[in-house]
Design a protein around this ligand. Structure first.
Ligand code: HEC
Ligand code: HEC
Length: 339
């Protein structure tokens, strides 16, 4: 976890605008990074602001950027099960259902640093992945689909948009507002029963009593996406992991009123509702192929649901927490403590 001052970051970004070309040739392989642990109160004006779409160049590159953005906003229409360009997504979810506002919402799983932090070593595969391969991970798991050809026009377009969006981000990424915001871990296991109460109060009006969301009239994409069931994300998707799920929910849901700087739920409510949504005893999901994951066992995230683990903690604790004792044990024994 790294902590850098805003001034330092500004200097870096200014410098990097100048030395980006040189820096690109530098190998940027690094350990599976986690969002940096930020203090809870960050001024809104330090949050990274991506370029405006009106500045997308009016040339062939610009056309690819616009096409990539369109695919990321309307994925199911082009590349979902009923896609007009290809059939890769296995359910009606689209990238934007999680990577909010075309991947531009602060702490809303945005793509600010996506291009800057790849290629990257990924513990799950135990090798270095390119950004395109990482995109395929999301097509295979949350979208329950099959990988797209890495050199397809559509894949190149999506990655070109991400590159354009993060063109002012220094190599390595981690700008303010990136990806997901830190949340305080609980000292008790997250509780699906309490979570159900939170769900009924704050989520049911959009995602429905059965968690199946609401399809658009065309039957292709969702107004409100499903949170569980055969049509939702696979177990083992990052959204199925309690800490990431709680981070996303706390700072983004309910979608119409919550934002990183005005969350509606407390940390406890976010963890409990994440536990309810992701409880595999209560809710079914598509069956993932569980082959050859985390070849280096000690790199498995603390909140990964599937055993075996290198530490002696139970699958139950890895699923619901408390996570701090697991992290402390791992730290003491020189293992990665990531989530
Ligand atoms: C159900 C939610 C969900 C859906 C749908 C989804 N993703 Fe993701 N995606 C995530 C989560 C969660 C992460 C992990 C973020 C983290 O590690 O902090 C992620 C990570 C990524 C990353 C790596 C970002 C980075 O900065 O390291 C990329 C790129 C990405 N997704 C692209 C896509 C694309 C393209 C689609 C559509 C084809 C898609 N995702 C659909 C939830 C989703
Ligand atoms: C006002 C309606 C609304 C409410 C209330 C709401 N959501 Fe959402 N939620 C959405 C929409 C819309 C999206 C997809 C965003 C998009 O496509 O732009 C979403 C996306 C999600 C996702 C990621 C996509 C997926 O299918 O998993 C999760 C998880 C989620 N919501 C959980 C919750 C939880 C938990 C609550 C209650 C605390 C909640 N939402 C309340 C509208 C809502």
């Amino acid at each position: 976890m790294e902590e850098r001052s805003a001034t330092y970051r500004w200097t870096i970004s200014t410098l990097c605008a100048l030395c980006l070309a040189a820096a690109i040739s530098v190998s940027c392989q690094r350990q599976n990074e986690e969002p940096s642990q930020q203090p809870q109160s960050k001024a809104a004006d330090s949050i990274f602001v991506p370029p405006d779409t009106s500045t997308i160049p009016k040339n062939a590159t610009g056309d690819m950027i616009r096409y990539g953005r369109e695919l990321l906003v309307n994925f199911p229409y082009y590349l979902g099960p009923k896609g007009t360009v290809g059939k890769y997504g296995g359910n009606g979810l689209g990238c934007q259902n999680c990577h909010l506002e075309a991947g531009t919402r602060p702490y809303g799983l945005n793509y600010f640093s996506a291009h800057a932090r790849y290629p990257q070593y990924r513990a799950r595969e135990g090798r270095i992945l390119t950004l395109s391969e990482r995109v395929n991970n999301c097509i295979e798991r949350p979208l329950n689909g099959r990988p797209m050809p890495l050199d397809s026009k559509e894949m190149v377009a999506m990655v070109t948009y991400m590159q354009w969006l993060g063109k002012n981000v220094p190599v390595g990424g981690n700008v303010e507002g990136d990806r997901l915001k830190e949340i305080t871990l609980l000292d008790r296991p997250a509780d699906p029963i309490k979570g159900r109460v939170v769900y009924e109060k704050h989520c049911v009006r959009c995602h429905g009593d059965d968690g199946q969301g609401v399809l658009k009239e065309d039957g292709i994409a969702y107004v409100y996406p499903p949170l569980w069931g055969k049509l939702s994300y696979q177990p083992g998707s990052s959204m199925h992991r309690l800490i990431k799920s709680a981070q996303f929910i706390k700072y983004n849901m309910p979608n119409d009123i919550a934002r990183w700087d005005k969350p509606v739920l407390t940390d406890e409510e976010a963890f409990d509702v994440a536990a309810y949504v992701n409880d595999d005893k209560l809710h079914e999901r598509p069956q993932p192929p569980l082959d050859a994951e985390y070849p280096i066992l000690k790199e498995k995230p603390v909140d990964y649901y599937w055993p075996p683990y290198v530490d002696g903690f139970t699958p139950e604790q890895h699923k619901y927490g408390p996570f701090k004792p697991i992290m402390e044990w791992r730290k003491k024994n020189g293992h990665p403590t990531g989530y």
